[in-house]
Design a protein around this ligand. Sequence first.
Ligand SMILES: [Zn+2]
Length: 92
Amino acid sequence: MGRMEKPACLNCGKPFTADARNARHQRYWTAAACKAASKWNSQAKWLAKPENQDYHRGPESVVRVKAWRVLLMYPLLLSVLELSTFDPSRKC
Ligand SMILES: [Zn+2]
């Protein structure tokens, strides 16, 4: 068995008990805010690498993002269309 001292979370500084399967590299507590900080941090690190700078650029990304936006708008679009064809005076 191992070390007694607990690692302190890089986000809030609280000592935490790391997941046994993950203890070697866990740097953040599992609280939602700390997880979010961890994600944000690794994302920022990843983006800072020169080889990743252009990752989200280029024509493929534009197409992908546009398709995603259409999908995102789709439920809204449907509800607008339904509302515009809804006629309260009509009897079934
Ligand atoms: Zn924390």
